[in-house]
Design a protein around this ligand. Sequence first.
Ligand code: NDP
Length: 341
Amino acid sequence: MAYRFLGESGLKVSEVVYGNWLTHGSQVENDTATACVRAALDAGITSFDTADVYADGVAESVLGAALRGEPRESLEIFTKVYFPVGRRGPNDTGLSRKHIREGIDGSLRRLGVDYVDLYQAHRFDHETPLEETIQAFADVVRQGKALYIGVSEWTEQELREGQELARQAGFRIVSNQPQYSMLWRVIESRVVPASRVVGISQIVWSPMAQGVLSGKYLPGQAPPAGSRATDDKGGDVMIKGYLRDEVLAAVQGLRPIADGLGITMPQLAIAWVLANDNVSAALVGATRPEQIAENVKALEVRLTPEVLIAIDHALGGPDSELIERDPARTKSPSHRLGGVR
Ligand code: NDP
């Protein structure tokens, strides 16, 4: 396993992080979830990403149970706050002082730990003053409940303002968690340049476009049994946007590139995001231990500029309509649930 620093902090995270969105407490049974966590540990993964909202709190409990007994200092545990868990009251969403304070306590209880390594704003909250949010995060850090603070899907402007306020409050935002893959590049034009300036790195979600870049979904054919596209607990809805024949056909064009490098398509997809030096880690999901063993081998490959060009060519060239690049696609809900200002 290789490790990279998170932003300008002293915290190192594994280049592949195992994330449990849509899987633990939902698509996979608990014994499979535990087997995947064990496979991740065996492969040298030390960093694990979850969120309070995943499976309505259950994903944190399943991950916490699977990690129990591991030396705490050998793990980096990440979770998030913003979306409601269980209750849908007016203060159960967002980044108010109240929700952050109650959110961290709920996450620690479900995970069964005294602190998380990284606590992330799951989205930007347009209805809470940013000063209030940043002060609430500063309190969480001072109380020792989280060691580092990150955010997710923040725009370049939100990152700049948040970092300035965090600096004034005595801590740093170390990471942003955006979607990023060969097919979804919206962070490249604004978020990444701004992040470099303010000392934030990216830990990127869905690097395999939810499994689509593994090449297992074929145009004109039914999805393979047991895949996310067949998960009627919500995975099928989440992945739907990628399951278009023109996308799936182009993705098949990546296969000869992977073959030429002697690697698999999942490994190519993960190596691609890690080729961006503002990316600290690829957050990878898995429903089977074998997938994890395969995916971490991506770290043995470093893609050359020629390979990166060949990938772009296979996906339709630099202006391909199959690749989403619009920075406006980085966004957070404009309103929280259940409240009017
Ligand atoms: P990926 O793009 O890595 O997709 C993972 C899925 O692809 C797996 O669950 C599996 O699904 C399939 N897969 C994995 N490995 C292989 C393989 N070797 N061969 C074939 N199929 C494979 O990422 P996710 O979409 O799962 O997201 C990863 C993490 O990112 C999440 O767990 C979460 O931590 C984070 N995230 C954060 C968000 C945010 O808003 N901040 C939003 C979404 C995710 P299957 O077997 O079912 O086909």
